[in-house]
Design a protein around this ligand. Structure first.
Ligand code: SPV
Ligand code: MG
Length: 432
């Protein structure tokens, strides 16, 4: 009996998949190579279902003999491992991003003395289109909350972009660029106290309270599905923080970051230009522990943010605090700095990683922006947050248009700086 290999994501089962499974089973014993979460995450959005859930479904489809993990986006490692007589694939890979992979598969199957069978693509149904349709239907708080942990488990580095409004959230939700190794997009959103306050015309001093912050958040939640990390500022009093944790969790937020400052909070990027008073270590530990005790789900995370370097203190101070906060139950550490060289952050990462190999480390490269995600990940960074860029981009664009209209006393010249009316009308579906 021939051995037939079929690689798949197996997240959304549609008639096209059933057809290819039937075609495979007709030709021999069908071995399904089910792509693992990490194989998918490197190229596409994480599947809705986990690997184990997808495996359970696929194993029960008639015609499937065995399900094995495909750990790589490419079929090649599994073809070499399982040496099938046949690999079966939809013929839609003859053009587009999978074309190169197709050539490589043909070469390996030739070498192995096997065959490649291409099945005419079932028109009208494909996983990517269905995934887009499902995304449009929205998500549940539970699915969204869990997503950040799954991303951290399956991606070398998680890429987070600041969102302060529904519109900025929509860009982060949908923007994709195509690169040689697949689609590149943002993994989730940062609800920044700086940009949320600024967009409401308030300074970043915790004057915008949780209720007001939740208004912006609710707009974003309504039109996106990606996970959100919430900037919890100092977290306030421990007795108040426990309510914040519950509220965020109920809304499907994946994590809150609280910073170890006390007194009137000032934005960290002022550095030592303003008074930055740090919390006593035991007090901040108590706040973390209170938050951890308050959470209801196991997947919500509390990250502790170290302000030692912002306040002009030493790396040793930062290490001492990091250790205490991890011991108190922090699920991860964010180290912040306004230095431009990145040397202090790099040194912190090295020291931290020497002690903790698996605790998530969150970096915010606003001032040390010359480093790529790959470089920051090689230092030990787990999550990279672009903390304020959407707001900083929109403000000068608006000022320029307003200035152009003032200069010419008409809107003609500003037109080229604006998106077309038709495009804005059609930006949000359902308006017509
Ligand atoms: C924020 O985005 O509000 C932050 C990061 O807290 S920073 O502004 O760099 O302090
Ligand atoms: Mg902030």
């Amino acid at each position: 009996m021939s051995k037939v290999y079929l690689g798949m994501r197996g997240d959304i089962i549609h008639p096209g998949i059933i057809n290819i499974i039937n075609e495979g089973a007709k030709r021999g014993e069908l071995l399904v190579g089910l792509l693992t979460d990490s194989a998918i995450a490197a190229h596409k959005r994480l599947p809705f279902l986990t690997y184990e859930q997808r495996k359970q479904v696929i194993e029960h489809i008639k015609g499937v003999s065995q399900v094995v993990p495909q750990e790589d986006w490419s079929y090649i490692p599994n073809l070499r491992k399982y040496k099938p007589d046949i690999i079966i694939h939809g013929d839609d890979w003859k053009s587009g991003p999978l074309k190169q992979e197709r050539d490589a598969v043909f070469a390996v199957m030739h070498e192995l003395g096997g065959a490649v069978v291409e099945i005419p693509y079932t028109p009208g149904v494909n996983t990517s289109a269905l995934q887009t349709a499902m995304t449009e239907l929205g998500t549940t708080p539970d699915v969204r909350l869990k997503m950040l942990k799954r991303l951290m488990e399956n991606k070398p580095v998680v890429r987070i972009m600041e969102a302060h409004s529904a519109l900025s959230g929509l860009i982060i939700e949908h923007l994709e660029i195509e690169k040689e190794n697949g689609i590149r997009s943002f993994d989730g959103m940062w609800s920044s106290s700086l940009t949320d306050s600024t967009s409401k015309g308030k300074p970043d001093i915790e004057a915008v309270d949780l209720t007001a912050r939740l208004q912006s958040l609710s707009d974003i939640l309504e039109c996106t599905t990606k996970p959100i990390i919430f900037d919890g500022d100092t977290g306030g009093k421990p007795e108040h923080f426990v309510f914040t944790v519950r509220t965020l969790e109920r809304n499907g937020i994946s994590a809150v970051i609280i910073e170890d400052k006390v007194g009137l909070k000032k934005n960290s990027l002022f550095g030592t230009e303003v008074v930055q008073e740090l919390s006593a270590i035991p007090d901040f530990c108590d706040k973390i522990s209170a938050g951890k005790r308050a959470q209801v789900t196991k997947d919500f995370m509390i990250f502790a943010r170290l302000e030692s370097l912002i306040a002009g203190r030493s790396l040793e101070d930062a290490f001492e605090r990091a250790k205490a906060y991890v011991k108190a139950g922090a699920d991860g550490i964010m180290i912040h700095s306004k230095e431009t060289s990145g040397e202090d952050i790099k040194a912190f990462c090295a020291g931290f990683r020497a002690e903790y190999t698996h605790i998530p480390l969150i970096l915010v490269p606003t001032t040390y922006h010359q480093f790529t995600e790959r470089e920051l990940a090689s230092w030990g960074g787990t999550i990279i947050i672009y903390a304020n860029h959407m707001l900083r981009a929109s403000y000068p664009a608006m000022v320029q248009v307003a200035k152009t209209i003032l200069t010419h006393e008409r809107a003609l010249e500003a037109e080229a700086l604006c998106m077309p009316i038709k495009a804005i009308l059609e930006l949000i579906p359902g308006g017509k």
